[in-house]
Design a binder for this molecule. Sequence first.
Ligand code: MLT
Length: 404
Amino acid sequence: MLKINENYQKLQGSYLFSTIAKKVAKYQADNASAKIIRLGIGDVTRPLTPTIIRALHSAVDEMADEKTFRGYAPDLGYDFLRKAICDNDYRARGCDIEDDEIFVSDGAKPDSGNIQEIFSADSKVAVCDPVYPVYVDSNVMAGRAGDFDEATGRYTNLVYLPCSGENGFRPEMPREDVDIIYLCFPNNPTGAALTKDELQQWVDYANSKGSVIIFDAAYEAYISNESVPHSIYECSGAKECAIELHSFSKNAGFTGLRLGYAVVPKDLKRQGVSLHSMWARRHGTKYNGAPYIVQRAGEAVYSPEGKREIQGLVDYYMENAKYIMSGLKEAGYTVYGGVDSPYIWLATPGKMSSWEFFDHLLTKASVVGTPGVGFGSCGEGYFRLTAFGSHESTREAVDRIKNL
Ligand code: MLT
């Protein structure tokens, strides 16, 4: 008899953002006149910039001409994009990464969910708490996480690295040996950032233990502080222990276009086997490559005009972050993040739980945010707002919160 993958039965409820979307849809259906402002999911609202649009149009025209038409993309990415990424995101920062260590994909979320496939089913996994849910759920699906313990709100076989106000939302090293460590900095959801010295300690730790760090750098474009590294490969020894994931969603607004990349250095080996070769094999077998027109749009991100425009998008959203931070502080909230990150992480007022505050904000102010506990038990009593709204809606949301 066919058996299902029973690990799926261990997943908790639905994906966090689907649960929120359902609650909001119900509230809107019951309150047709409510003008809901969504500062929940980290989805961008600014349109693609002119340089990106031009690149898309021109690539579409190429597809209409027999002489320039393209079929399947190379499964690891077009050379023009791998080179543009490597020149700008690595060589320009003094990181010794080569073009063929870049694997172009349809985004950091799929990469962060898929990367665990190249590791043994009994690998020990460490995650921050709170954490981007994909790291946990993809390991639950693969059978690595153990059972969900209702009492602790945690999986029995994962190692959780608590992040709280006391440690500045920066995790401490695991007390037990782990094989895989997921780190996302600037962090989703807390907005915390690690300095280069702090990240170096993780690299040294991973190299001393033989662990592999999956470093999610999706928010690096928001870094303003010079002591915060844009890539883990700015740390020495990172090529021997780290895989880095990047997104074009948060910097260039590609959430609807879909484009990202993973860096798997050739120096990264375990049991004498190259993880680069394993990921190339996996990518080539299961993925047909990001669309040509999207990869051309990605290339345009690195043109001089593209860079200027993308910086304009980041500045736009960071103006929102400042407004949210200062407005909430004025209203007496304790707030974190929002400096090297488009996420503002706040302590819920009084003794409200994260979901109570979610309901309070939705029903009293028609503002949607994300309950901190949705990211892990250490997120209880916290709440996340994103800076990805328009200036107008962000100001309106902050004013409504202040008037509560
Ligand atoms: C988030 O809101 O945490 C992110 O936007 C989700 C994602 O990027 O997949």
